[in-house]
Design a protein around this ligand. Structure first.
Ligand SMILES: Cc1ncc(C[n+]2csc(CCOP(=O)(O)OP(=O)(O)O)c2C)c(N)n1
Ligand SMILES: [Mg+2]
Length: 379
């Protein structure tokens, strides 16, 4: 018996608009036109700018004690903007982690929900009817399983033009839930795009310390999933990869894996100080790859942008974000019992007692408290 190679594979890396804003026409032009029209790129550039302005203000809200903690999306915006734009609003589901504000907003979630979430207000997680986004997920990896489940529901219902997209970080791919979700999605063969925002760090742990594989995309090979790596700071590459992945998922009723290679320019969250574990040199290298800078340069090269429009945008973004903050701040105080309202369609007796008495067994119930004894006996 000879020894044969039984499996061979490769991983492609897609880059269209490089860090010097050089545009690869062989990849970025289709039917004689750029895959994103100037109008679309202007729109996405504006969305990325507003997203970054929101980040800046959220940071200040936290520093002035008006927000618990906040993870900045800064530097990673093209991933959420390009991929969110490529998915079908109102048809597809967006299952985010916490650095995809722009994708959630592109799919209809008003931004003040995101601020409320980080202000610790449960109503930030009560996604409005018709907005096909799950709430921000802080427990790392858990939501990818939900995305696989949502995609499975499309399949079971025969809804053939629907797809889910789920976002997660490089660190999340070291979690069991990631592998569970990948295994479910591939064995059940369901239409879901797994989008990894590989920003090189999981808090203070660099990629090479938390995984032996040099790429994240190669993890998809074990699940026989089509995969691609993209320059995650390149709005064209992210858009094209996600658009094609979505098409592939829907046509073949299978999952697809995208690794967006990117970098978070901010701290992990407002509770972190990244200067303690990463070098200034590394930061500077990635600052030069900022997706906003290169998108602007591209638009300028096409006479679709200038300093005057930039000034207008900056003024507009400040106004938009001020309104978002006002919206979040002006919401009426929640009642304490509201924390029970959104987890279950119907609550059981134990939770009902907790809600009605605002006491939990872990902090000790006062049996003399009005009504509690009677309710406990009834339960
Ligand atoms: C299940 C779970 N374990 C640990 C944490 C604490 N934690 C919060 S963010 C994070 C790192 C996540 O890194 P990555 O997936 O790369 O996402 P990034 O923050 O870089 O976007 C960890 C360990 C958590 N939130 N959930
Ligand atoms: Mg990370």
């Amino acid at each position: 018996m000879p020894k044969n190679t039984v499996y061979e594979t490769d991983i492609e890396f897609l880059s269209i608009l490089d860090e010097d804003a050089q545009f690869d026409e062989s990849l970025g032009i289709e039917d004689g036109e750029p895959i994103l029209s100037d109008e679309q790129v202007v729109y996405l550039y504006e969305q990325m700018w507003i997203g970054r302005q929101l980040d800046e203000i959220a940071f200040k809200l936290q520093r002035s004690g008006r927000m618990g903690t906040y993870p900045q999306n800064k530097g990673q915006e093209a991933n959420a903007a390009g991929s969110g734009f490529a998915m079908k609003k109102g048809t597809d589901w967006v299952v985010p982690c916490y650095r995809e504000n722009i994708a959630m907003n592109l799919h209809g979630l008003p931004y003040h929900y995101i601020l409320l979430h980080w202000m610790g207000d449960e109503r930030g997680n009560q996604i409005p009817e018709g907005v096909l986004c799950t709430p921000i997920s802080v427990p790392i990896g858990t939501h990818m399983l939900h995305a696989a489940g949502i995609a499975w529901s499309f399949k079971l219902r025969g809804e053939k033009d629907r797809c889910a997209i789920t976002y997660f970080g490089d660190g999340a791919t070291s979690e069991g839930d990631f592998h569970g979700a990948m295994n479910f999605a591939s064995t059940l063969s369901v239409p879901v795009v797994f989008y990894c925002q590989n920003n090189q760090w999981a808090i203070s742990v660099p990629r090479e310390q938390q995984m032996a594989s040099p790429t994240v995309a190669q993890k998809a090979i074990a699940y026989e999933m089509p995969r691609i790596m993209v320059d995650g700071n390149d709005i064209f590459a992210v858009y094209k990869a996600t658009r094609d992945a979505r098409k592939y998922c829907v046509e073949n009723q299978t999952p697809y894996f995208i690794e967006g290679v990117t970098y978070r320019l901010g701290d992990h969250t407002t509770a972190d100080d990244a200067r303690r574990y990463r070098s200034e040199e590394e930061l500077q290298q990635w600052m030069a790859k900022d997706p906003l800078i290169r998108t602007r340069k591209y638009l300028e090269s096409r006479d679709a942008w200038n300093d005057e429009r930039q000034l207008e945008l900056e003024t507009h973004a400040r106004k938009v974000v001020d309104e978002i903050v006002n919206e979040a701040n002006s919401i009426a105080e929640p009642t304490t019992s509201e924390i029970f309202d959104s987890m279950f369609a119907e609550i059981d007796d134990d939770l009902r007692i907790q809600r009605d008495t605002m006491r939990t067994s872990s902090i000790g119930q006062n049996p003399e408290q009005a009504g509690l004894k009677a309710q406990t006996q009834n339960a």
